[in-house]
Every structure is written in C-alpha cells, then in structure tokens.
Design a protein around this ligand. Structure first.
Ligand code: PLP
Length: 355
C-alpha cells in the first residue's frame, strides 16, 4: 500500500549507469554532473552512488552546490562552472573547488584570492566553441590565455583543464560537431602556445560519452545518462532510469481515483487529459486538469481503493510510463520534468536492492 506521494530514487541504478559510462570512457575519467540537486534525484546521494561506482569528478554549477558536496564529505575533485568574481572565493578556495573561468575579471579575482592565501588555485578555462552559452569567445582567447600564464608564473593559478560544451551531441552527423571539435583544437593549440599545459581536456556530455569517441578526451561530464535517461534516440545504451514518482490513491469511487500529486509537486499541467498512470498493472488516463495538489484518474471498471499505488513514471519495467514518455506528452524534455519535481515531494533513496 502506498500512503502518500513520493519519488523513489534507485541508487543502484545510478551506480549501474555510472559503470556503463565509465566503461565507455575507458582509462579517461568520468564526472558525475549533480547540478540542480542531482537533476532532482538528490545531489549528495547521487554523488555518493556515482563516486562509489567509479566517477572520479563531481560537476556542479554554483558555489552553493559545490560547497554542499564538500560539506557532505565528498572528497573527489569538484568543478563548478557557473561561479563568478562575486562568489565567496575564500570559501571556494578553502573547499578546494576547481573553478571554471571564461573572463579576465574572474581570473583576476581568483588570482587575487590565491595571492592572499599564498597558494596556487586550480582553474579550468572554458572556451566557447560555438554553442554561445557561456565560455570565453574566440577573440578573447589570446589575452585570457596570456594572463593565465602570467598568473601561473606568479604561482597564483594552475590551469589544469581546458573545456567546452557540445551543442548537439545527440546527432552524430550534425555539422556543428566537426566545427566545435576543430574550434576546440584551435583553443588547445593557442593555450599551449601561450605556455599553458592543461592536463584535463573535456568536451563530452552524456551523448558524447556514449556515442562520440573522439569527444571523450580526458574527462566526460555525464548528466542525464547518469539518471538512466537515454541521451539520444534509438538506443537505451543499457541505462536504467533511476526515479519513480508514485502516489497512493487518497479517494476512490465512481470510476475515479484522486492522487495527491499536482503541479505544486512539479507534475506538468499539460499532462491533464493526455497522459496515463499505472494502477494495478493497467494504464489509466489522467482526466481533467492537473491541479496544484491533485490529479484525477479515470479508473473505469478497475477495482481501486484508497491506498492503492499509482505510478506517474518509472523505469517502465511494469508497463508504467517513463519520464521520456511523460516529458514528450508535456511538450518538454526529461531534464525539465526531472528537475521540476520539487522538494515538496519526499525523496526515498533505495540502495542494494538488486537481487
Ligand atoms: C557544462 C555541462 N556539462 C555536462 C552536462 C551534462 O549534460 P548531459 O545531461 O547531456 O549529460 C551539463 C548539463 O546540462 C552541462 O551544463
């Protein structure tokens, strides 16, 4: 019997997915991307499961997310790629967070912090190779690399990585890939010409790791695949979806069941009238509008009583919809649906449940 609504997170699935991804990376390292509270799965629990299964880096965006990992005792290298000069550089330096840098003002601020501390701080420089979503743009590379080298000589900075992000890794033949790959090669050559020796070169996200060998380089940054969602159409890549959202029926009768799930928990309103849930192994439609706290299921002739379990999405093994299916019906992607499942929905982490 299911008593209330919850998101069950299968940490064994996250460990399994980590192993699929580390296998693809071969001798190179895997980064577990746990931004946005681990895509809604719980950032710390996800990071622990992934590191336990072989991930060697943790990737986050903000200072808050980075410091949360250290405070929880995660000790592997952490890269944070959405910090700026305004962030608490002292706390970040104390926590040994590797910062991604794309501007001179950020580099200057980190060098200033390093000078005050009397130690060199590690950075990864992000180059924009065509995505145009952050990263140093082409015409700033010579100056940025030159200053980075000066700060290295002064013992303030160590440029341990150079990286970029792919725009369309899910389509192996997309022309942007070759263009980004060649722009990245140019960035690496310019950095080396400036005297920098970044040892971690990285480009690949989940789709790159799993299907574009020439983007794997030294480090692969896995987000969506870590959570078991195939990053490209046409294959499940051997991944296992980690999250199940389910609820116990709170009221049943007249061919209707009321579930304590709604848009206030992150269930998209657009699922009303188009999506189904699984009850007693049978798919039944969601009818009417998804409200803030409820959704209504047409149970037809199915004998449903209070406390019976209804599954909104899960791995799909029992015939329930997957997050990919529900996201498609909601007109969004699985990333938005997963990260939108809010803190109001309790997470229950399960581990070592494999037979
Ligand atoms: C910089 C960066 N790298 C890697 C990832 C992970 O991407 P994916 O979820 O496609 O694996 C993200 C997430 O969007 C990202 O922002």
């Amino acid at each position: 019997m299911a008593t209330s609504a919850e998101a069950i997170v299968d940490l064994d699935a996250i460990a399994h997915n980590t192993r699929v991804l580390t296998r693809a990376m071969g001798n190179a390292a895997l980064m577990a991307v746990v931004k946005a509270d681990g895509f809604g799965h719980g950032a710390v629990a996800t990071a622990r499961a992934a590191v336990g299964a072989g991930a060697r880096w943790i990737g986050v965006t903000s200072a808050f997310e980075a410091l949360e990992q250290r405070a929880a005792g995660l000790d592997v290298p952490i890269l944070a790629w959405m910090c700026g000069p305004q962030d608490d550089l002292t706390a970040l330096a104390e926590a040994r967070i590797t910062l991604s840098v794309a501007t001179l003002s950020h580099l200057d601020a980190i060098a200033g912090e390093a000078e005050r501390r009397g130690v060199a701080l590690d950075v990864h420089i992000k180059a924009d190779t065509g995505l145009s979503r952050g990263g140093a743009v082409r015409n700033t590379w010579p100056e940025l690399f030159g200053w980075a080298r000066k700060y290295e000589s002064a013992g303030q900075i160590r440029v341990t990585g150079l990286w970029s992000h792919l725009a369309i890794a899910e389509e192996p033949d997309h022309p942007s890939l070759a263009a980004q790959r060649s722009a990245f090669t140019e960035a690496v050559e310019l950095a080396r010409a400036a005297g920098l020796t970044p040892v971690m070169l990285h480009l690949a996200n989940s789709a790159g790791i799993l299907q574009l060998p020439d983007t794997r380089l030294d480090l692969g940054r896995a987000g969506i695949a870590l959570y078991g969602v195939p990053p490209a159409p046409g294959s499940d890549f051997g991944l296992r979806p980690a999250m199940t959202v389910r609820a116990g029926v709170v009221q049943a009768g007249d061919g209707r069941a009321v579930l304590p799930l709604g848009f206030g928990y992150g269930v998209p309103r657009r699922l009303g009238g188009v999506a189904e849930v699984l009850i007693h192994g049978v798919r039944r439609p969601i009818v009417g509008a998804v409200a803030m706290d409820h959704l209504i299921v047409d149970t037809g002739e199915l004998p449903v009583t209070e406390g019976d379990e209804a599954v909104l999405f899960g791995p799909g093994d029992r015939g329930e919809p997957t997050v990919v299916e529900q996201a498609g019906l909601a007109g969004t992607n699985p990333h938005e649906l997963l990260t939108g499942i809010g803190a109001r929905l309790p997470r229950r982490h399960r581990q070592h449940t494999e037979a």
